[in-house]
Write a protein that binds this ligand. Structure first.
Ligand code: ADP
Length: 597
């Protein structure tokens, strides 16, 4: 019975006729009155896991959320779907806040979004006590835990709620939580026998591609030129790189804007708004960008420098493809990036520096190891992929080829490091191996070493890349301020022939293309898609809403695929519920029939 109702609500308001993994269990658990902890990756459909039950519960559901912008997005989106939701925060005019409280007390409101600080004021608890609260949904619940990556002390106070509202159902939702954090969340919130629903952290629609950094502007242009008029984010490590990259792209005629913490608040907000409303295609940003935006149709994320950990990489690259359609994540790394992050650990205490270096090494290994990117990320977070070949990263798509004699090449490199008495860095070692006539080498007499010129068939940058790959794979480490190469115990095993590294060929092969992109564009009339996208931008501007809240990309593609000619047919489109079909249906059908003619 409950399942039937759940399905009906899902179709009527959101236009979806099925569930994503674990959504059904998550919705059934709370509608049956049991507490839950739900861990699903970004784009896994977490918000519907509490929004659908909220529609079904009598009374109101209180959603606790840390950021005004996230609340605003979800509330706008619910209202667009015809559900009575509001948010209470200090930026709203007093009269409007009063009106929201009245509708809460009249029992009209279905969902109320609120920050933990506001919720826990004595005055507001009194108000809530008078209302009929059926369900508390704690979003971004990792903030409850000190072990999570974004602990917020005000979230800890939520532990009081359970006693204050003994009859309500409580559930916690997040995308990132280790087992330790999951249990801590349940404990901190005093959940009663919660159903722990943990999905896979994998993002199968993200296509990872990793390359050594050379001419970064050229490399970036090559990627963005494949995404004409589509949204993308480019991350740089430093503010000055953000400024120069954005300026360069603009000078070349791209619609790109910068975003970083050093900019004035107003300008930053303006740039973000332009991106969300699709007035510009590209945001060039430091990691400050992304917290609190839910733009669902970011089609690519480029890292013009390597992040300091896989946690950061997963979070930043994860801003691509929230709508579950294919998206590309490009990462350009260099030994210099590694050095930059390493230099920051100098000011840390020993314990913190050790952890930071471990994270940095795992990140560097991800870049250089040439093993499936999805698998590497999943293993890092303690999970195993479902299949061995993801067909969704440069490695599995066969775009990177390994050399045929990695053992011998690895041994040549390590022998040279040994002959140089482990006193030089990667660039110098590569110069010796390729037989450079640089004066510093000749002056030191290193042209007399037996390893001098051993790899002179290759350019120096290729040999230097191999050295980096050997570092990433743990055969070499870099010590001290000058990143002097040292052979590790694992490296000694390589020298003895007991270990074989993976070394990549310098040339990138075309390889195969990811099927995921082809499948999701299958039978889509691209010209019609573009027209519908223009219509969406027009509506977003008119209504002052983010474009993706009017329609997601996947609904647009579905329309341009099915080309509905009647209202009933329009309702077949995934992502169009009753309200949207009423509101926009007529104009959309006109665009489609005009296009057909
Ligand atoms: P999360 O909060 O976990 O990042 P969202 O709730 O934003 O994920 O959902 C991600 C995307 O998946 C959105 O575009 C959403 O509309 C879509 N989605 C959610 N549930 C379903 C479903 N049952 N069927 C199809 N698409 C869905």
């Amino acid at each position: 019975m409950a399942l039937k109702k759940i399905k009906k609500v899902l179709l009527q308001y959101w236009g979806y006729d099925g569930f994503l993994p674990l959504q059904q269990e998550a919705m059934e658990t709370v509608t049956a009155g049991r507490d839950a902890v739900v861990i699903l990756p970004t784009g896994g459909g977490k918000s519907l896991c509490f929004q659908v039950p909220a529609v079904l519960f009598p009374g109101v559901t209180v959603v606790v959320s840390p950021l005004i912008s996230l609340m605003k997005d979800q509330v706008d989106s619910l209202q667009e779907s015809g559900i009575y939701a509001e948010r209470l925060d200090s930026t709203l005019p007093f009269d409007q806040q009063k009106e929201i409280v009245s509708s809460l007390l009249r029992g009209e409101l279905k969902l109320l979004y609120i920050s933990p600080e506001r919720l826990l004021t004595a005055g507001f608890i009194d108000i809530l006590k008078k209302a009929h609260v059926s369900f508390f949904a704690i979003d971004e619940a990792h903030c409850v835990s000190m072990w999570g990556h974004d602990f917020r002390p005000e979230y800890r106070q939520l532990s009081k709620l359970r006693k204050l509202f003994p009859k309500a159902v409580f559930a916690a939702y997040t995308a990132t939580a280790t087992e330790h954090v999951q249990n801590d969340i349940a404990q901190q919130l005093h959940l009663k026998d919660p159903n722990m629903l943990v999905g896979s952290f994998d993002r199968p629609n993200l296509i990872y591609k990793v390359r050594p950094k050379r001419d970064i502007i050229k490399q970036v242009l090559k990627v963005i030129n494949q995404f004409h008029r589509q949204s993308g984010v480019i991350y740089c490590i430093r503010r000055k790189d953000v400024e120069s990259m954005a300026a360069e792209l603009r000078s070349l005629g791209y619609k790109a804007l910068p975003y970083h913490a050093g900019m004035d608040d107003n300008e930053r907000r303006k740039n973000q708004d332009k991106f969300i409303r699709e007035k510009v295609d590209i945001i060039v940003a430091t990691v400050a960008f992304g917290m609190g935006i839910d733009k669902s149709n970011v089609r690519y994320v480029i890292h013009a420098g390597m992040p300091k950990s896989l946690e950061h990489y997963q979070q930043e690259s994860g801003r691509a493809g929230r709508d579950r359609l294919e998206a590309e994540c490009w990462l350009f790394y260099s030994p210099g990036d590694y050095g930059t992050w390493k230099s920051f650990t100098r000011d840390m205490n020993e314990a913190s520096a050790k952890i930071a270096m471990e994270k940095l090494s795992a990140m560097y290994n991800f870049c250089t190891s040439g093993t499936c990117r999805h698998k590497t990320i999943l293993n890092y977070f303690g999970q195993e992929p479902e299949k061995d070949n993801c067909q969704c990263c440069d490695v599995c798509l066969g775009q990177l080829e390994t050399i045929s004699d990695p053992l011998v090449t690895g041994q040549k490199i390590l022998s040279c490091v040994a002959r140089l008495e482990q006193r030089y860095g990667g660039s110098y070692t590569a110069a010796v191996l390729t037989g450079s006539r640089e004066s510093r080498i000749l002056e030191c007499g290193h042209d007399n070493l037996s390893t001098y010129g051993l790899l002179n068939d290759f350019p120096k940058n290729v040999v230097q890349d191999w050295i980096e790959q050997l570092c990433g794979q743990g055969y070499l480490t870099k010590a001290g301020e000058y990143n002097v190469l040292h052979i590790t115990p694992k490296g000694l095993e390589l020298l003895r022939g007991n270990e074989t590294p993976r070394l990549l060929k310098p040339a990138i092969k075309a390889g195969s293309k990811s099927r995921i992109a082809e499948d999701s564009w299958k039978n889509v009339d691209k010209a019609l898609f573009e027209k519908l996208k223009d219509y969406r931008t027009e509506k977003a501007t008119e209504r002052g809403l983010p474009a993706y809240i009017i329609f997601g990309d996947s609904a647009l593609r579905d329309m341009a695929r099915l080309k509905p000619t009647s209202n009933e047919a329009l309702l077949e489109v995934k992502g169009i519920g009753e309200k949207k079909s009423k509101q926009y249906g007529k104009e959309i059908l006109n665009i489609i029939s005009g296009h057909k003619q």
